[in-house]
Design a protein around this ligand. Structure first.
Ligand code: KG4
Ligand code: ZN
Length: 335
């Protein structure tokens, strides 16, 4: 009989279910995006998100089991994201996973969403090695030293906006559809990265903190002076803004790898899907003779396979969570 874990993810606006083996091999990964629904509001509306999770969660879990060719009886443990995220969204996946664990008499694992992102680059490898990790998502920008599963040291985080949030807010200023990240990525491909000289903040030596609000303000101040309805100008702004964000991310990750003598950098989270970010990290790591590990693009934005992979690591280490474990919108990854 196959042995597997069922993982559910509902921390924000993606409903997702995945079946993984205890070794962390992904047998299925189903994601129902709500982007189209939230686009008309220009961002995620929490109540709309949770109501849609209710509509899709059970069906998606059934699809994940069917695609993995297993039944509920084959599942050895049920995992769900317990935070950070929107509390009303977190409750849907977490409550279903706990209910299934209770009904089937199997263990439950509460997983930190950020740990899901953090470990996702290792899904192709299975084993987690010590490294410098950069998480760049819509809600978080963090640089960490990872010594092993659960052994994380925070080196720095953003003081204001997360990298993805900066992409989304600048996208909104430029009149692009939500979310701005993928739109800016696309437009930047035909823009000039040097057209506008945007600030690179917090670049002093030894600082691993990030700040993107000054950059966002610079874009805002530029707007009355240019014509954003002129496509080439719009594309130039996208390319120049994106380059400013990426340069800071790459530079700090490389400095950290050198300072902490870590030969490996792993980058995760929705922004790590960005084409230019992947290209720049590859170039700079090669120059610096550092190894680079990126999550597969489909596992960069929110998904349940990364939650299942993190759960598998913890499951193998003998870790389970009580059914009383609450969801926590501010759940921390460190300390
Ligand atoms: O990891 P994620 O799906 O959700 C959070 O946990 O926050 O990340 C979503 C973020 C959004 O801000 C989105 O604009 C950004 O990732 N993103 C991108 C790209 N694809 C998604 N940012 C830049 N370039 C992309 N290609
Ligand atoms: Zn995420």
């Amino acid at each position: 009989m196959p042995s597997c874990l069922l993982a559910l993810e509902t921390s924000c606006d993606e409903t997702a279910a995945s079946v993984v083996t205890p070794e962390g091999e992904v047998l299925s990964s189903e994601v129902a995006s709500q982007i189209e629904i939230h686009r008309e509001f220009g961002g995620v509306v929490p109540e709309v998100a949770s109501r849609n999770h209710i509509l899709h969660m059970r069906l998606l879990a059934e699809q994940a089991l069917a695609k993995a060719n297993v039944t509920l009886k084959d599942v050895d443990a049920f995992a769900a994201t317990s935070g950070p995220g929107l509390v009303s969204s977190l409750l849907i996946g977490s409550t279903l996973a706990k209910s299934l664990a209770l009904a089937e008499g199997k263990p439950f694992l509460a997983i930190n969403h950020l740990e899901g992102h953090l470990l996702s680059p290792f899904m192709s490898r299975g084993k987690i090695e010590p490294h410098i990790a950069l998480i760049v998502s819509g809600g978080h920008t963090m640089l960490l030293q990872v010594r092993g599963v659960g052994d994380y040291e925070l080196l720095g985080r953003t003081r204001d906006d997360a990298a993805g949030e900066a992409f989304d807010k600048v996208g909104k200023m430029l009149g692009l559809p939500y979310p701005g990240g993928p739109e800016i990525d696309q437009r930047a491909r035909s823009g000039n990265r040097k057209a506008f000289d945007f600030p690179r903040s917090m670049m002093e030596q030894g600082s691993y903190e990030f700040s993107f609000s000054g950059l966002k303000t610079s874009v805002l101040y530029l707007l009355p002076k240019v014509d954003v309805t002129h496509e080439p100008t719009l594309n130039d702004i996208c390319a120049s803004f994106q380059e400013a964000v990426i340069e800071v991310l790459v530079e700090k990750a490389i400095r950290a790898a050198k300072q902490y003598s870590q030969p490996l950098i792993a980058v995760s989270g929705g922004v790590s899907c960005n084409g230019r970010l992947r290209e720049r990290f590859a170039e700079r790591c090669k120059e610096a003779r550092l190894e680079l590990l990126l999550a597969e693009p489909r596992f960069t934005t929110d998904n349940a396979a990364m939650i299942g992979f993190a759960a598998a690591q913890r499951w193998r280490a003998g870790f389970t969570s009580p059914l009383e474990t609450d969801v926590n919108p501010n759940l921390s990854l460190v300390g």
